[in-house]
Design a protein around this ligand. Structure first.
Ligand code: NDP
Length: 327
C-alpha cells in the first residue's frame, strides 16, 4: 500500500519557478468524497493565474494546483452511493490535481464515455462547460449568428469552435500563428485571421458583410479590449471570459448605447454549484461527445515533474488544444 505520493506544491506566489516536485501524504476520502488515481490533468490558464495569486479567488499557500483531471476511482468515502472503485471518471473544480492521487467531492465527478482516452477526458470539463455556458446560457446564441473566438487554437478556443458549430453559428477564429489557424479551419472555423494583423477590425467587418460579429469571446483583455468592442454588430454581445494579457482594460459604457450592445461576464465556477445549469449543460454536451461531433483537442503532454515547463509552454503561447500533465 502506497502512503506517500508525488505532487507539485506551491509555497508562494510566482511563475513556473515556484512549482516544486514534492512528496506528500496520500489523501483519503471523507464523507461524500471520492479518491481518484490521477491519469491525466488538464492545464488551464486559470492554474497559472491561481499559482501567481492573480485569480478571481484568493490563493492560499501552500497549495497543490490542478482543477480538472481524469483517472480511476481508488476508494469512496462514507455516503457515496453513485460511484465505486475501479470506475473511470473525470473531475471538475477545486484544486489538488497536480499529484498522483486527488480527493474531490462526489458532486465534482463526471462520467467518462468509453470512447474517450484519459487525456481527452481531462481536456474536456473546463473548456466545454465554459464554451456552453458562454455561448448558450450567457450570450443566448441563435443559429446563423457570427461569433468571434479569440485564442481560438487554445483549449477553450478549440472547444468553443466545436460548440459554436454545434449551435449552428458562423465562426471567426483569431490566433497568433498560421499553424494555429490551420487547426481552427480543421475544426470548422468559417473565417480565420491572424490576431497580429493590421486592420483587424476592418477584416472582421469585411468577413461579416460589414455588420461585425453578434458574439465576441474576449479572453485577452488589456489594450485589445477597445478594439474588440469595435468589432461588435448591432445588438452584439461581448463576453468577458478571460484576461490572458493580464492587463487592465478600459471602456466607456456609454459607447454601448448606440448599437444596443452588451458586455457580459462569464465564469464557470458559480455554475458548478448550480445543479440545474450543470444538468442542462451535460444534456447538451454528452450526446455531442457520444456521437463524435465533439472531440477534445489534446495538445502537448508533459510529465508531472515537468509542470514548470508546461506552464512556460502556455505562457510562451506555444500550445494548441489542452496541455496535459501525466503523473
Ligand atoms: P489556452 O489554451 O487558450 O492558452 C492561452 C492562449 O491565450 C495562448 O495560447 C495564446 O493564444 C493566448 N494569449 C493571448 N495573449 C496571451 C498572453 N499575453 N500570454 C499568454 N497567452 C496569450 O488557455 P485556456 O483555454 O486555459 O484559457 C484561455 C482563456 O480563457 C484565458 O484567458 C482563461 O483565463 C479563460 N478561461 C476562462 C474561463 C471562465 O470560466 N471564465 C474558463 C476557461 C478559460 P494565441 O497565441 O493564439 O494568442
Amino acid at each position: 500500500m502506497l502512503w506517500r505520493m508525488k505532487a507539485i506544491q506551491v509555497q508562494r506566489a510566482g511563475g513556473p519557478e515556484v512549482l516544486e516536485l514534492t512528496d506528500l501524504p496520500k489523501p483519503s476520502p471523507g464523507p461524500e468524497q471520492v479518491l481518484i488515481r490521477v491519469e491525466a490533468v488538464g492545464l488551464n490558464f486559470a492554474d497559472i493565474l491561481s499559482v501567481a495569486g492573480e485569480y478571481l479567488v484568493r490563493t492560499r499557500y501552500p497549495m497543490v494546483p490542478g482543477m480538472e483531471f481524469a483517472g480511476v476511482i481508488e476508494s469512496v468515502g462514507p455516503g457515496v452511493e453513485a460511484y465505486r472503485p475501479g470506475q473511470r471518471v473525470a473531475a471538475l473544480g477545486g484544486s489538488g490535481a497536480f499529484a498522483e492521487y486527488a480527493v474531490v467531492s462526489s458532486r465534482a465527478v463526471l462520467p467518462v464515455p468509453p470512447s474517450m482516452s484519459a487525456a481527452e477526458a481531462a481536456a474536456f470539463p473546463v473548456s466545454y462547460y465554459t464554451a456552453y455556458f458562454a455561448l448558450q446560457t450567457q450570450a443566448q446564441a441563435k443559429p446563423g449568428e457570427w461569433v468571434l473566438i479569440q485564442a481560438a487554437a487554445g483549449a477553450l478556443g478549440t472547444a468553443s469552435i466545436q460548440i459554436a458549430k454545434a449551435l449552428g453559428l458562423r465562426v471567426v477564429a483569431l490566433a497568433s500563428r498560421e499553424e494555429k489557424l490551420e487547426l481552427c479551419r480543421s475544426l470548422g472555423a468559417d473565417i480565420t485571421l491572424l490576431s497580429t494583423q493590421n486592420n483587424l477590425v476592418e477584416a472582421v467587418k469585411e468577413a461579416t458583410g460589414g455588420r461585425g460579429v453578434d458574439i465576441l469571446m474576449e479572453v485577452v483583455g488589456g489594450a485589445g479590449f477597445a478594439q474588440s468592442l469595435k468589432m461588435l454588430a448591432y445588438r452584439g454581445r461581448l463576453l468577458v471570459i478571460g484576461s490572458a494579457s493580464r492587463e487592465m482594460a478600459q471602456m466607456y459604457p456609454v459607447s454601448l448605447m448606440k448599437g444596443n450592445q452588451s458586455v457580459i461576464g462569464v465564469w464557470l465556477t458559480p455554475f458548478l454549484s448550480d445543479p440545474a445549469a450543470m444538468q442542462a449543460a451535460s444534456q447538451f454536451l454528452f450526446p455531442l461527445v457520444a456521437s463524435g461531433q465533439v472531440r477534445p483537442v489534446v495538445g502537448e503532454r508533459f510529465k508531472l515533474e515537468e509542470a514548470a515547463k508546461a506552464f512556460s509552454f502556455i505562457l510562451d503561447r506555444q500550445n494548441t488544444g489542452k496541455v496535459i500533465l501525466e503523473p
